[in-house]
Design a protein around this ligand. Structure first.
Ligand SMILES: [Cu+2]
Length: 149
């Protein structure tokens, strides 16, 4: 009887995990290496959600604050502003890249050296307001890199 309950519990746990994990995929995650003393940097990746969802925030052990930002040209000046949420249209990949959408890491707590890995926890909200976190490992690229590969 005991074994039966444990097996049932595991089956339900597995079911929920695979539903949540299948929703959102993230690939090609990278961050720029930091110069000495630099405490602000960008993180970039491709993200795709099977259903329409929103990237509403993020965190990292390598930075005190991580925000979703948008960079755009206004009157010939590049401006950057926080986005409360970035829409992920169902089934189409959204790319965060230099000069466009990005994650802004602020209060970076350690030097980011090329080849290092940085952990990111993305917070994704679906249309019903249900949130899930997506764990991402981002690779540290060159200081001047505009893309990883
Ligand atoms: Cu920014």
């Amino acid at each position: 009887m005991k074994t039966y309950f444990i097996a049932l519990f595991c089956a339900i746990g597995f079911y929920w995990n695979s539903v949540a994990a299948a929703d959102v995929t993230v690939s090609d995650a990278w961050v720029r290496a930091t110069a000495p003393g630099q405490t602000v940097g960008g993180a970039y990746f491709k993200i795709q959600s099977a259903q329409t969802a929103y990237l509403v925030g993020a965190s990292s052990t390598a930075a005190k604050v991580v925000e979703v930002h948008q960079m755009s040209l206004e009157n010939n000046v590049m401006k950057m502003r926080p986005l409360p949420r970035l829409e992920l249209p169902a089934g189409s990949a959204v790319e965060l890249k230099p000069g466009g959408y990005h994650l802004m890491m602020m209060g970076i707590t350690r030097p980011l050296v090329k080849g290092d890995k940085v952990d990111l926890k993305l917070i994704v909200e679906d249309k019903t307001g249900r949130r899930q976190t997506v764990d991402v490992k981002a690779e540290v690229g060159d200081i001047g890199a505009t893309k990883m590969r």
